[in-house]
Design a protein around this ligand. Structure first.
Ligand SMILES: CC(C)(COP(=O)(O)OP(=O)(O)OC[C@H]1O[C@@H](n2cnc3c(N)ncnc32)[C@H](O)[C@@H]1OP(=O)(O)O)[C@@H](O)C(=O)NCCC(=O)NCCS
Length: 220
């Protein structure tokens, strides 16, 4: 009860994670987690919570065994940088929280690795696996037997069907749909509103219905 979580990021994804924790506490009486504050390199407060340090201070914060962490940094189209920052802060797996909104459905046989976030009205099907620190935003769906790598991000209203494999730090963005058995590589993006019917190779952004190559992700 009341385990302390520090959210790494800003008001975008980080604010959503904080709002989920607050809603679970206030509306559903689930007091497992409480937000202790944020880690942010630019602000002194995020969504009214104190910033306890920057990414360079994470190793110091880890010395307090009461703190758990949630990863909220995700830069769509620039995720090589997201992953680099993640590796820099170097948080042990067991120090991540796993946060699931009370209205989400997660099948018993699904696996959520440490640091996973599942927002309101999401669906995670049977035998699905979500990799470390992957984020599911509201109303996003991941079908049965789909395997998702670490640091992936599912935007609001996206639908990822079954038997899909997604690599490291990739995106299924706003309202995108991914048809079953497709493979999405590392640092890849299914653009907003797209219908993905073919594999998306590493580092590529695909858009449209059916989705076609648009460009490569930024590497800076
Ligand atoms: C795919 C994506 C990353 C491209 O972003 P971008 O590189 O900034 O692209 P731009 O906005 O500069 O658009 C370039 C062109 O592609 C078009 N385009 C952009 N995204 C498109 C999409 N998803 N489908 C079709 N066309 C698209 C634009 O209309 C523009 O066309 P124009 O040159 O004829 O005007 C972006 O559209 C996207 O999907 N973002 C994700 C949004 C999201 O999920 N946010 C999180 C919310 S939880």
């Amino acid at each position: 009860m009341n385990k302390k979580v520090i959210i790494i990021g800003g008001e975008g994804n980080g604010g959503v994670i904080a709002a989920c924790i607050e809603d679970n506490r206030k509306r559903f009486g689930d007091l497992e987690w409480e937000v202790a504050g944020f880690v942010n390199d630019y602000e002194t407060q995020v969504c009214g919570y104190p910033v306890l340090g920057g990414t360079d201070d994470v190793q110091e914060l880890l010395k307090n065994p009461d703190y758990h962490f949630m990863w909220g940094i995700h830069m769509i189209g620039r995720n090589i940088l997201t992953e680099k920052t993640f590796r820099k802060v170097n948080i042990p797996r067991e120090r991540f929280a796993t946060i699931v909104h009370k209205t989400a459905f997660v099948a018993d046989s699904a696996v959520l690795e440490p640091g996973v976030f599942v927002m309101s009205n999401c669906y995670v099907g049977a035998q699905a696996r979500l990799g470390q620190c992957s984020l599911m935003m509201a109303n996003s769906l991941v079908g049965h037997n789909t395997t998702v790598g670490p640091l992936c991000h599912f935007s609001v209203g996206s639908i990822t069907s079954s038997y899909i494999t997604i690599g490291l730090c990739s995106d299924v963005t706003l309202g995108a749909k991914v048809i079953e058995k497709v493979k999405i590589g590392d640092f890849a993006v299914a653009g907003a509103g797209s219908l993905v019917t073919h594999n998306i190779p590493d580092y590529e952004i695909h858009v449209g219905t059916p989705a076609k190559f648009m460009k490569r992700v930024r590497e800076d």
